[in-house]
Design a protein. Sequence first.
Length: 148
Amino acid sequence: MRLLLQRVTRAEVRVADALIARIGPGLAVLVGVAVGDDEVKARMLAGKVAELRIFRDAEGRTNRSLLETGGEALVVSQFTLLADTRKGRRPSFLGAASPAEAERLYSVFSDAVLSAGVSVQRGVFRAEMELELVNDGPMTIWLDSDAS
């Protein structure tokens, strides 16, 4: 499982010009589910997202978590995070999980972030979405289940 976290002041998702989800300060979390991922990895990464200390404290240091700040998470499925570009000029997505398995683990991950105490908004799985956000910092972090 691969996540791209962006600390944001606000973010929203639209599908066919309709607003689907919106958050204030928190994290935009793009989620790519790989072949071989499981519920253990999804829950482990959800805990890490909730507790990762990447928000500023009173002294301006990145020392607070999403839980400590009361921030929100906008969780959006994005299989293209699994793109393999090592050969040729067309990305391969063979490392991405099947749609059914990816949707299941995307839900497990999102539910686990919510269970950790974070307010969660979601994109629409397999939809063409427009994600608009204001990256705060900027602060952008990769999380991989194999390297976490």
